[in-house]
Every structure is written in C-alpha cells, then in structure tokens.
Design a protein around this ligand. Structure first.
Ligand code: SAM
Length: 214
C-alpha cells in the first residue's frame, strides 16, 4: 500500500466519526445508546471492504450492525459505501478483534459473523484463527445466551479446525453444518467480497452455525 493511500484512508476515517467509531472502548456496554435505539447488535469480525455488513444493514433495518476490521486501508472501502448511501444501523470499527472484550460487555452481542476469516495455516499462528479456543472464550463473554455464530469459509482446513474447536468448547453447540452452502443456499444469504470471487471460481463454501449455550 502506497503511503499516499494510507494517508487518504486515515484522513477519510477521521472525517466520518459517525460511521467509523474512533474510540470504541468508550462505548463498551453502551452500543445501543450510540445507535439511539434498542435494536439487537450483530457483529462481523474481519468485515474487509464491507459488502456483507453494508447489505446486512440495508436488508435488516430492524437490527444494528457493527463491522470490525483491523486495517485502515481495507475498512476505508466499507466507509466509502456508507458515504455513498448512508445507513443509520451500520457502524464500523478499525480494531484488532483480539481485544474484543475491551469493546463489548457481557450479553451485548446477539449474532456474530465470521466470513472467510484468515486461515493462519501455521501451527504457531493458530491462536490468531478467529475460531481458536482463545477467541471462543472471548465470544463467550460478549454473546447473549442463545446467540448465534455464523461462519463461512472456502478453506477446508479452517472449516475442519473450527468444527473441532466448537465441538470441544463448553460454550457452543453446533446446530448446522454444510459442506456446500450453495447446494441449498438460504434465501437470506448475503455474499461477501471474498465469497463472490470463490463462487465465481466454483469453490465449495463451507458453513457452520453454532449457538452460544451461555
Ligand atoms: N469478510 C470479508 C470477506 O469475506 O470478503 C474479508 C475476508 S479477508 C480474508 C479477512 C479480513 O479479516 C481481512 O480484511 C483482515 O484484515 C481481517 N481480520 C483478520 N483478523 C482480524 C482481527 N483479529 N481483527 C479484525 N479484523 C481482522
């Protein structure tokens, strides 16, 4: 990424604090106040360029959506979507979800989406996988009882690993699995940027739905 682009991203992010929440820790336990409503909070970790979180907000006005992405240079693309066509039920956070417990309180999140997360294939990086036991423990603290985690991936190794981690966890029960989501695609499915590319290439999309046991 060229320096000029990084500067552009940073400047744009700081110009739209209504869309990109600059101090997310200040809103821990108070996200609904920020949205100025009582609608349930849905979170996507690793929202990338924001197609999924934007369209989720567009088609589900009865819910609030928060997209978390760790890179300015990527989240700026999600911000551009909101600038072009504003939505008052979508907010973005430029943040590393490793510290997600610093920004959400117990029972604050009702639905978590993990879409095409980085697979981190090396064993020494396994803690960074968004379905590692370390992350599942963090999610346990912020999700309501009965909350759902929806995970889609094109990576079989990450899918298999995630099945094992959910299965071994005391906090989650797997309630649905697909080895080919597009064989029986739910009408409510919203494609992500990565998903569009993988579907075009005829890659299978693996899917896990897990429920928080509380
Ligand atoms: N979900 C999008 C999609 O399906 O098009 C993007 C997928 S991309 C492979 C994964 C994204 O997750 C990247 O943009 C990466 O920066 C982000 N990411 C990975 N780990 C993260 C973390 N710990 N916190 C926030 N974002 C993260």
């Amino acid at each position: 990424m060229r320096l000029r682009n990084v500067k552009y991203a940073k400047e744009l992010i700081h110009s739209y604090p209504d869309y990109v929440v600059l101090k997310p820790k200040n809103h821990k336990g108070k996200w609904r106040d920020l949205f100025e409503n009582k609608k349930p909070i849905q979170v996507e970790i690793g929202c990338g360029k924001g197609k999924f979180i934007y369209e989720s907000g567009l088609y589900n006005p009865e819910k609030n959506f928060i997209g978390i992405e760790k890179f300015d240079s990527v989240i700026v693309r999600a911000l551009e979507k909101l600038i072009l066509e504003p939505l008052d039920n979508v907010k973005l956070i430029r943040f590393d979800a490793t510290h997600i417990n610093d920004i959400f309180k117990e029972n604050e999140v009702e639905h978590l989406y993990l879409n095409f997360s980085d697979p981190w294939p090396k064993l020494r990086h396994s803690k960074r996988r968004l379905t590692s036991p370390q992350f599942l423990e963090k999610y346990h603290h912020i999700l309501k009882d009965g909350a759902i985690i929806d995970m889609k991936t094109d990576n079989y190794a990450l899918f298999e690993y995630s099945l094992m981690m959910f299965n071994q966890s005391d906090y989650f029960a797997i309630i649905d699995v697909s080895l080919d989501l597009y064989k029986d695609l739910p009408a409510t499915n919203i494609q992500t940027e990565f998903e569009m590319k993988f579907v075009e290439e005829n890659n299978a999309i693996y899917y896990i739905k897990a429920q928080h046991k509380g």
